[in-house]
Ligand binder design. Structure first.
Ligand SMILES: Cc1ncc(COP(=O)(O)O)c(C=O)c1O
Length: 393
């Protein structure tokens, strides 16, 4: 599908629809009158098949206690296998009300208070919040930024695991905010260190459908034909891919039967949410019939990213845009053009665009901004033009 066709068919005005991205900028940015390029959801209607499936379920008119039908598992497993070669077994799959809720639950299942948990910064900020809110010790290994791309610092990871007796690593794959789709070799090296050092891994793969570059996405549970699977819990959801975040449903994939039993005991004890009828109706339809829609979205993200990258390269080469292999989030280094302490004022008062500021993802993010490209080319252009104009003035 051409970018213009995707936009014409699916773009929608979300202002005054109780959207956090559009209608809740006042509290974080001082005004609702900014171009919203922050929180990670999209300005596009879901595939028609999703709306039709939801309508059909709603017309039935009953929302009594429901089970997850085998057709759901079939659709999800087929999607994983056909698009990524990830082979799943139905018995490994559990449901949460969101990936962050699932991470928090797993931190409780897999570690004790005061245990050390590692993240690779800069990284999606709730990782750090969850660790600290649950009274675990946060251990940070910084990714290495070679100017174009970020890499894992394997020596530092091993050294800090040993020094701090790390018990659990939270990995983001593909990586928000630095846009990497980790290669098979990188994941293998990371997972091997964790196996040797007896560190369990949570692999947050919520962005795995959003691959823009040439790297093939590999799930942590299928690296080396599943060699590390027993040491990993994989999390994902249909929500980021298909714009379903408010329906609140995540997959918790646990191949290791002992870990699964511990997880089940914990979830049962707290009677935690384990799935949502309408979310599953929507996700099943998306997995069954949303492939073309997703390909259209990926084309649009690529288009938006190339525009952003080329415009800055030509007109403001000191703004450094990190290559985007995956996610729809551009990671932009503003340090050569605006002093980090003045960046917030610059973006909100001069450019008038709402972004995520890099330091929320860890100290290494200071002076960067994260821009959400799952929006119309028009909004990306407004952002780029306003930024260039503000720099000129
Ligand atoms: C890496 C990552 N994990 C989790 C989430 C949020 O997932 P959920 O809304 O299911 O908690 C996001 C949202 O941006 C994300 O980028």
């Amino acid at each position: 599908m051409k970018v213009a066709d995707f936009v014409e068919r699916y773009a929608v005005n979300r202002k005054n629809t109780d959207s956090i991205k559009w209608d809740a900028m006042e509290s974080g940015f001082g005004s609702n009158d900014l171009v919203p390029m922050w929180i990670a959801d999209a300005e596009f209607k879901v595939p028609e098949a999703v709306t039709n499936a939801l309508k059909k379920r709603i017309e039935h008119g009953v929302y009594g206690y429901s089970l997850t039908p085998s057709s759901y598992y079939d659709a999800y497993c087929k999607w994983q296998e056909e698009r990524y070669g990830t082979e799943l077994s139905q018995e490994w799959i559990r449901f949460g009300s969101g990936v962050v809720q699932s991470i928090s639950t797993l931190v409780n299942v897999l570690t004790l208070p005061e245990d050390a948990v590692m993240v690779l910064e800069p990284v999606y900020h709730p990782f750090m919040h969850v660790i600290e809110e649950n009274d675990r010790r946060l251990v940070v290994s910084n990714l290495i930024n070679d100017g174009k791309q970020y890499k894992m610092d394997f020596d530092d990871i091993r050294e800090k695991i040993q020094t701090n007796q790390v018990k659990l690593l939270l990995n983001c794959s593909p990586h928000n905010p630095v846009g990497r789709v980790w290669s098979n070799e990188e994941l293998e090296q990371l997972l091997e260190i964790c196996r040797e050092e007896k560190v369990l891994v949570i692999s947050d793969e919520i962005h795995h459908d959003l691959v823009i570059g040439n790297n093939k996405f590999v799930s942590a549970i299928s690296v080396n034909d599943g060699l590390y699977r027993d040491n990993v819990v994989m999390l994902d959801a249909a929500s980021k891919t298909f714009n379903l975040a408010a329906l609140q449903c995540s997959h918790v994939v646990i191949a290791n039967p002992q870990i699964r039993a511990r997880y089940d005991r914990f979830v049962n004890k707290l009677h935690l949410p384990a799935g949502n009828l309408l979310a599953q109706v929507a996700a099943q339809a998306a997995y069954q019939e949303g492939g073309d829609w997703l390909d259209g979205l990926l084309g649009l993200i690529k288009y938006n990213f190339n525009y952003l990258k080329n415009e800055f390269a030509i007109k403001a080469p000191d703004i450094e845009v990190t290559d985007l292999e995956g996610t729809y989030l551009a990671w932009v280094d503003m340090r050569k053009v605006v002093e980090p302490s003045k960046l917030r004022n610059f973006m909100e008062k001069k450019v008038k665009v709402a972004v995520n500021y890099g330091e929320i993802f860890g100290e290494a993010g200071l002076g960067f901004i994260r821009l959400n490209l799952a929006t119309t080319p028009e909004n990306v252009e407004r952002t780029v033009v306003a930024l260039l104009e503000a720099l000129e003035n």
